[in-house]
Design a protein around this ligand. Sequence first.
Ligand code: ZN
Length: 174
Amino acid sequence: MTEQQLEIGDEYWMGLALELAARAEALGEVPVGAVVVLDGKVIGEGWNQPISGCDPTAHAEIMALRAAAQHQRNYRLPEAELFVTIEPCTMCAGAIVHSRVKRVVFAASEPKAGAVVSSAQVFEREDLNHRVDYTAGVCAQQATDQIQAFFKRRRQEAKAARKARQEMELNKKS
Ligand SMILES: [Zn+2]
């Protein structure tokens, strides 16, 4: 097992990731934020932006890893830690392994697409030649509240749009 306990400072870094998730939300994207931390400093920030960026790979983790690797001028980040507000998907878990990040900390689990403890356990795979430690559940409630509020608002907006359309069609008929 590579699962680890919460460390001092984890909640602080997750707080920054939650702030970055709000940036995604401001773009109309699902709110997910990530930071890469090395030696007590943020070396990469990312927020979810696939729709606005026309980029299916533009998840928060990928954006943060890219920024961190550019910052280090190195495609590998062996001593770094990645903090993300939602459990990484298979794509991001794969990118995390490629980056050689030492440890991943996530807030809320993602029962459908989560690839660390939920639908898949990528970091437990014996065939991968890099082991990633991970810690789950840091600031989980805040991340869950953030994402649930987003989907609730989106459902309400969709409902309002449907209602407006129906009224328009009724007006046309009368
Ligand atoms: Zn992802």
